[in-house]
Design a binder for this molecule. Structure first.
Ligand code: NAG
Ligand code: NAG
Ligand code: NAG
Ligand code: NAG
Ligand code: ZN
Length: 485
């Protein structure tokens, strides 16, 4: 029973807030009742099931890097779990994946005034980096804070040395270019290796890994603290060279490091699945709304936040909807993507495998930027549709949060990018900063997330059962509305 604009306006009056844009919508009364049931679940304070199940999987199998046996065991855990919900249809879809294997690695800094004079730095090689061979790469370090500075120094200064990119954190988008492109750029000037100051605004001597554009020279992340130490050593040495009479000038050696990395790239290493879990629609089962997160993680921490939270909140949103007395018209499909972290083979494979049904995808959502207090969605779709979503969000999610919707003109999350660029309306589900509660659309609104991102500290303790429950409810609300309009 589809009710007219009048019905929606009546409902709006009922709840005491007349939202004019909704008067042109086509939500039906039954749909609204179901959304209210979904929202009730937010207040079920005893329900810690999302946190508990993610803890179980990550405690059992640890992190889930694409190509590893832990990834496949985790995928099997999810499929077993889904099979115990007969209303859900779950399967794995194999993807041909590469495997970047870290192996043993180290960075040693020489400070002859210390005892011992070899200081082992906390470090993490960057994903897709080449290895160094058993002797490592040993050279002096030249710090630069921008690509322009690198260019100015040019071959004469850089050739034969290791470049350190030491830019202070502004935002992930401002800084991650040094991680991604640092080696490729430094190589042009004859650098023999690259160190990158970890992409974070806050550090407890924590290195952050991440992927890079493959290059012929090795690259590793070091901590903010060690990046600054090396920079100070370089500046003192420079000052001593300019004026050998300054106090302690003879102690100011140039920073020299030895990078050893046994990293290996294995192309076409194995086949390993994307996970797909469907709740079939009641009227138009061929039409699909995707809610998603990626199942793979880096090989450090357990990938609880990145992106266990996004994947499990999406999955539990589907379970929540499956328990309602009324199914939405369209199919809601959970995707747990493989290989987001380095080459997006999972997203590409889904796009190719499902070419024939892409036109039946009505919306694709991904949650991959933390699951703290829910904020809402950044949506790539026509302004009219975004306005309608914003009106729904305001109407249904004002109490628990997660109901904002703003427009974006570029694909807002990695795995849904092929779908967004194909023209399927899509959204990134986002939350407030874990510490400052700032909105994720502000430059500093994700700083808290990046304290943990791609580190050994990406553990369950970042996540909060109540916040996860609210994320589940907000994602389920969006999914139900999109699948039942
Ligand atoms: C939570 O569980 C306790 C103890 O079983 C119970 O007394 C309480 O009513 C429950 N709260 C909710 C919101 O279900
Ligand atoms: C800089 O050095 C690289 C490698 O040593 C070399 O290929 C390149 O031609 C040099 N560029 C200039 C401008 O000298
Ligand atoms: C890997 O697989 C792709 C596609 O299946 C193929 O084009 C490529 O040549 C393979 N590469 C290697 C190194 O086997
Ligand atoms: C939108 O985000 C703000 C915080 O930036 C929050 O206070 C508000 O509740 C959100 N609105 C909805 C409808 O979720
Ligand atoms: Zn992620």
């Amino acid at each position: 029973m589809k009710i007219s604009s009048v019905g929606i306006c009546l409902f709006s009056l009922f709840s005491g807030s007349l939202a004019t844009p909704l008067c042109t919508g086509s939500l039906n009364v039954e749909s609204v009742k179901m959304v209210h049931k979904i929202i009730q679940a937010a207040y079920n304070t005893n329900d810690t099931s999302t946190w508990d199940s993610l803890a179980e999987m990550t405690d059992l199998y640890g992190n889930r890097m694409t190509g590893t046996v832990q990834y496949d065991r985790s995928a099997e855990w999810v499929l077993r779990n889904a099979k115990s919900h007969p209303e859900l249809v779950a399967w794995g879809e194999d993807v041909s994946v590469d495997y970047w294997q870290r192996n043993e690695e180290s960075v040693e800094l020489y400070i002859p005034t210390r005892e011992p004079p070899v200081v082992k730095l906390n470090m993490l090689g960057l994903g897709l980096s080449v290895g160094t061979g058993p002797k490592g790469v040993e050279a002096n370090v030249i710090p630069v804070s921008t690509f322009e500075e690198l260019e100015q120094l040019g071959n004469s200064t850089i050739a034969g040395n290791i470049v350190l990119f030491n830019a202070d954190f502004i935002s992930y988008s401002d800084n991650s270019k040094y991680r991604r492109l640092g080696a490729e750029n430094a190589q042009k000037y004859g650098a023999v290796g690259v160190l990158v100051q970890s992409i974070t605004g806050y550090s407890l001597n924590t290195p952050h890994t991440g992927s890079m554009t493959p290059s012929s020279i090795p690259a590793a992340a070091i901590t903010i603290e060690d990046s600054k130490l090396i920079t100070r050593m370089y500046n003192r040495h420079k000052a001593a060279k300019a004026d050998p009479k300054i106090p302690n000038a003879e102690l100011f050696v140039p920073p020299k490091v030895n990078i050893k990395m046994n990293a290996q790239n294995h192309l076409n290493y194995t086949r390993s699945p994307n996970i797909i879990i469907d709740l079939k629609g009641s009227e138009k089962p061929e039409e699909i709304v995707i809610i998603s997160g990626h199942l793979d993680s880096w090989d450090v921490g357990v990938g609880a936040m990145d992106d266990g939270g996004g994947a499990f909140c999406s999955y539990d949103a589907l379970k929540l909807i499956s328990k309602l007395p009324r199914r939405p018209k369209r199919t809601i499909r959970v995707l747990m993507w493989n290989n987001e972290e380095y080459t997006s083979k999972g997203a590409k494979s889904y796009f190719n495998t499902h070419k024939d049904e892409l036109d039946k995808h009505v919306f694709a959502m991904e949650s991959d930027i933390g699951n703290f207090e829910p904020w809402g969605m950044r949506v790539m779709a026509p302004q009219e549709q975004v306005n309608k979503l914003a009106a729904y969000g305001k109407l249904f999610l004002s109490d628990i949060g997660g109901g904002n919707a703003t427009i974006t003109t570029t694909a807002p999350a990695v795995d849904i990018t092929p779908l967004c660029n194909y023209g399927i309306p899509c959204g990134s589900f986002e939350t407030l900063d874990i510490y400052t509660q700032k909105s994720p659309i502000l430059l500093q609104g994700k700083e808290g997330y990046f304290r943990f991102h791609h580190t050994d500290a990406d553990r369950m303790e970042i996540l909060d059962p109540r916040q996860l429950r609210h994320n589940v409810v907000a994602i389920a609300t969006w999914a139900y509305l999109l699948a039942d309009e």
